[in-house]
Design a protein around this ligand. Structure first.
Ligand code: 1HE
Length: 261
């Protein structure tokens, strides 16, 4: 267990009640990911205190993240490249399948590895300055941080292929329309909105959040038969939890909010 706020050169960490706010804090390099930044993020994911029920990731400065630090790429040979990419997979798996839901508050450039991180998060909130790109195609390389698995799930294979072939940049509005973000807000408001959502997410029953983080994506990847079986098992486990029974009773006895309230 590391201390929170954890000492990190590249992350700004703030505890806000049950939400952990994690700022990518290398604005002079547009929050480009060197290995140290990525490994600091892994330390955070490995050591989340039990009191934390949701996480918000944002970028300091004018951009969310410019992706991989390209200055570290030039020295790597093929086998180092494979291990480097596997390191990204390991860390971003911890974001996607960690103990708590993760919300990305986006603005400015969300490109390359920055988009890979954002796509490992469960909710993406963009502001009007957000732009998305996968410049790997133009740099003569390929994605290595999980984009080939996660990005097509958001926008489809054809759109990702086009982004990489042509260097196409999606601006905020178009990005939200095609599924890169679930929310689009005014300039400068994505963090505020993400924190507002985090409060709601953190107040859910623990088993519901567990099902959404750990089980739903596995169901989507499974065969329909296996998926439906997993769904039944998860439904039965969730409804048997004391917290669920209490929430159901609250509704039946008129104490819970109605849908839309
Ligand atoms: C960087 C990086 C970086 C900025 N690696 N140093 N990603 C890219 O190909 C995106 C490259 N970056 C850009 O296109 C632009 O920097 C931005 C559009 C994101 C922002 O533009 P701007 O005008 O605000 O900043 P800037 O002046 O371009 O950059 C400021 C400094 O950050 C400058 O360094 P300086 O020493 O001259 O001040 C830049 O060199 C530096 N910088 N981005 C290293 N990415 C797991 S595999 C994932 C593979 C990828 O992510 S490939 C995509 C890489």
């Amino acid at each position: 267990m590391i201390d929170f706020p954890s000492p990190s050169e590249f992350l700004k960490i703030t505890v806000l009640e049950s939400t952990l706010l994690v700022g990518l804090n290398r604005p002079e390099k547009r929050n480009a990911f060197n290995d140290a930044l990525l490994l600091d993020l892994e330390k955070v994911m490995d050591a989340l205190p039990a009191s934390i029920r949701c996480m918000v990731i944002y970028g300091e400065g004018k951009h969310f993240s410019a992706g991989l630090d390209l200055s570290e790429l030039t020295e790597r040979n093929a086998s180092e490249g494979v291990y480097h990419s596997r390191m990204w997979h390991r860390v971003l798996d911890k974001v996607q399948y960690g103990r708590v839901p993760v919300i990305a508050a986006l603005h400015g450039a969300v490109v390359g590895g920055g988009l890979e991180l954002a796509s490992a998060c469960h909710i993406r909130v963009a502001d009007a300055t957000t732009m998305y790109a996968l410049p790997e195609g133009q740099r003569g390389i390929f994605v290595g941080g999980g984009a080939s698995v996660r990005v097509p799930k958001l926008i489809g294979l054809a759109r990702m292929t086009d982004m990489m072939f042509t260097g196409r940049v999606y601006k905020a509005e178009e990005g939200e329309r095609i599924g890169l973000a679930q929310y689009l807000v005014e300039t400068g408001k994505s963090l505020e909105k993400a924190l507002e959502l985090a409060e709601k997410v953190a107040s859910n029953a623990g088993m519901t959040n567990f099902a959404l983080v750990q089980v739903l994506p596995r169901i989507v990847d499974a065969s329909p038969e296996q998926g439906l079986l997993m769904e039944s098992l998860m439904a039965a486990i969730a409804q048997s939890a004391p917290e669920a029974k209490e929430r159901l009773r609250d509704f039946l006895e008129g104490r819970a909010k109605k849908v839309g309230e």
